[in-house]
Design a protein around this ligand. Structure first.
Ligand code: FAD
Length: 465
C-alpha cells in the first residue's frame, strides 16, 4: 500500500469508528498521549484513534474495519507494562478495554470465574472477597486481567499460587484473522487438542484481542506471617531460599533486595534496616501450618541471617509489603530527575547468586546506580538503572549494561524476560534465546494474524522473515 492510500485508510477507519462509537472513539490529544506509552523507558508513539468497545462483537467489528483498510490494531489494558508492549509504534487503532469491565460469573463451588478483559485485578478481588476466594496474581500495578493474560504476568505470590500461565482456564479472543475463538474450558485437566489458551497467554496482543478470561480462584488463607531477614552474603540467602523451597513450606512470597535497594528504601521510608542482602518472606495457610513452618524457616535461616522484623497483624504485613511496592518511588527520589530503566531476567535458582554478584560487580565497574530486587523464589530479578536521560553517554552506558545483563542471564541458562514480556525492548534478543524456534513463532503469527496488523513492531525483530 502506498503512503497516500495508507493515510486514506487510516482516515476512513477513524471516521467510521467515530460514526459508530460516538464519544467512545477519540482523537483528543490527551487521549492519544495517554495511549502512546506504558510505564517503561521506551519511546512513546501516538495511535491515530482510541476506541472503547464494550463487547466481543464490538471488538470484532473494530478488527474487521481495521483489517479492511490494513490499519494496525493495538490492544490497551491499563498501560502498566514495562517493555513498551502497548505503545502503538506504527500508529493505528488503540483498543482500550477499560469499558469491558463486567464480572460475568463467579462460581464458588468450582472456584472459578469469568470476566471481561478490562476488569482490573483489585476490582476482581473486591468482587469475589465475600465468597472467601481471591485471585492471587499480583504484579504490583493495578493491571487489567486481559493485559495480565497477554503478558503472562506473575508477581510476588507466584511461588505458592502460580502465574497467569497456571490460573487462566480459557479465553475468548478476536484473532487477527477476524475470527472469534473460545479456548480452554472449566475443567482442571484436559488432553483435548493443542493448548491455544497457553499460546495466547503471553502473546502481547500480537495474535488477537482477548475479550473474556476464565480464571481459577484460590481460598483466602486463614493465617499468614511475614518477616524481613538480613543476610551477610547473597550466596547464603540463595542457599536458604533453596532449602526452604525444597522443604515445601507454605511460602507465598520470597522477595529479594540487594544492599543498595535497602539503602534506597531506608532513605525513602525513614527506616533503618541493615543495608545487607535482604529477604522478605510471607507464609500463608492455616494458623498451625503457618506457625510450624515459620519455626522451620527460622531454624534454617538463623545461622546465616538476622530476623530484623516480623509482621503478624494485617496492619504490620501491609506496612511491610508497602515498602516493597514503594520501590519505584524510592528509586526516583534517590536520584532526583533520573529515569528508571527496569530490566527483567530470570535464571535457574542455582545460578542466581552468581548473577546477583556479577551484576553488583558490573555496576561498580561501570559506575551506574543499579539497585536489585527480585521475585527470588522464581529466580527472577529486576535490576533498575537510574539514568539521566539528558546524557547521551549515560543512555548508551545503560543500553550496554542491558546487553550485558541479557548475555549474563543467557550464559547462566536463563531467559531474557521473566515476566515483563518482549515488547519493543527485547526484540533484538529473541532469536539469541530461541534460535530457529522463532521461525515457528513467526509461522503461528502469520497464520493467526496474516496481515501483520496486531500490535506490529513487537516481539519479533523487524528483519526476521
Ligand atoms: C510498579 C509496577 C510493578 C510491576 N510489577 C510486575 C510484576 O511483579 N510482575 C509482572 O508480571 N508485571 C509487573 N509489572 C508490569 C505490568 O503490570 C504487567 O505487564 C501487566 O500484566 C500489564 O497489564 P496491563 O493491563 O497494564 O496491560 P497493558 O500495559 O495495557 O498492555 C500490555 C500488553 O498486553 C496487550 N494487551 C492488553 N490488553 C489486551 C487484551 N485484552 N488482549 C490482547 N492483548 C492485550 C497490549 O497490547 C500489550 O502488548 C509492573 C508494572 C509496574 C508499573
Amino acid at each position: 500500500m502506498t503512503g497516500r492510500s495508507a493515510d486514506r485508510g487510516r482516515t476512513l477507519v477513524s471516521q467510521a469508528l467515530i460514526d459508530r462509537f460516538g464519544t467512545r472513539a477519540s482523537t483528543a490529544s490527551s487521549v492519544l498521549d495517554h495511549h502512546s506509552h506504558d510505564e517503561s523507558w521506551h519511546f512513546a508513539t501516538r495511535p491515530d484513534i482510541v476506541v472503547y468497545p464494550e463487547t466481543t462483537d464490538e471488538v470484532r467489528a473494530i478488527v474487521g474495519l481495521a483489517r479492511d483498510h490494513r490499519v494496525p490494531i493495538v490492544p490497551f489494558g491499563a498501560g502498566t507494562s514495562m517493555e513498551g508492549n502497548c505503545n502503538p509504534v506504527r500508529g493505528g487503532v488503540s483498543i482500550d478495554t477499560s469499558r469491558m469491565d463486567a464480572i460475568l460469573s463467579i462460581d464458588p463451588d468450582n472456584r472459578d470465574c469469568r470476566v471481561q478483559a478490562g476488569v482490573r485485578r483489585t476490582h476482581l478481588n473486591e468482587m469475589v472477597r465475600d465468597t472467601g476466594l481471591f485471585f492471587p496474581v499480583d504484579p504490583g500495578a493495578d493491571a487489567s486481567i486481559g493485559g495480565m493474560a497477554a503478558t503472562r504476568a506473575s508477581g510476588t505470590m507466584t511461588l505458592l499460587h502460580g502465574s497467569m500461565r497456571d490460573l487462566v482456564t480459557g479465553l475468548t479472543v478476536v484473532l487477527g484473522t477476524g475470527d472469534v475463538v473460545q479456548t480452554g474450558g472449566r475443567v482442571r485437566k484436559s488432553s483435548s487438542g493443542y493448548d491455544l489458551t497457553r499460546l495466547l497467554i503471553g502473546s502481547e496482543g500480537t495474535l488477537g484481542v482477548i475479550t473474556e478470561v476464565g480464571l481459577w480462584l484460590k481460598p483466602i488463607p486463614s493465617a499468614s506471617v511475614a518477616g524481613l531477614f538480613a543476610f551477610d552474603h547473597t550466596s547464603d540467602l540463595v542457599e536458604c531460599v533453596h532449602d526452604v523451597t525444597a522443604l515445601g513450606l507454605s511460602l507465598a512470597r520470597l522477595e529479594f533486595m540487594d544492599p543498595l535497594e535497602v539503602r534506597i528504601l531506608n532513605a525513602y521510608s525513614k527506616t533503618s534496616f541493615p543495608e545487607k542482602p535482604t529477604l522478605l518472606m510471607e507464609l500463608q495457610g492455616d494458623d498451625n501450618r503457618v506457625q510450624s513452618d515459620f519455626a522451620v524457616l527460622l531454624e534454617i535461616a538463623a545461622p546465616v541471617s538476622t530476623l530484623v522484623h516480623k509482621a503478624i497483624t494485617q496492619e504490620q504485613k501491609n506496612a511491610l509489603w508497602k515498602l516493597r511496592h514503594d520501590i519505584a518511588y524510592a528509586e526516583k527520589q534517590y536520584r532526583p530527575g533520573a529515569d528508571l530503566f527496569v530490566t527483567d531476567v530470570a535464571v535457574p535458582l542455582s545460578n542466581l547468586a552468581t548473577l546477583v554478584e556479577s551484576v553488583r560487580r558490573h555496576a561498580a565497574d561501570t559506575g551506574i546506580l543499579a539497585p536489585i530486587v527480585g521475585h527470588i523464589g522464581d529466580g527472577n530479578i529486576h535490576v533498575t538503572l537510574l539514568i539521566d536521560r539528558s546524557s547521551d553517554a549515560e543512555v548508551e552506558a545503560a543500553e550496554r549494561f542491558h546487553d550485558w545483563i541479557i548475555g549474563e542471564a543467557l550464559r547462566l541458562e536463563g531467559t531474557i524476560t521473566g515476566e515483563h514480556g518482549v515488547g519493543m525492548g527485547k526484540r533484538k534478543y529473541l532469536a539469541i534465546e530461541h534460535g530457529i524456534s522463532v521461525s515457528v513463532m513467526r509461522g503461528i503469527k502469520a497464520k493467526l494474524d496474516p496481515l501483520d496488523l496486531m500490535n506490529p513492531g513487537k516481539i519479533f525483530p523487524d528483519d526476521y522473515a
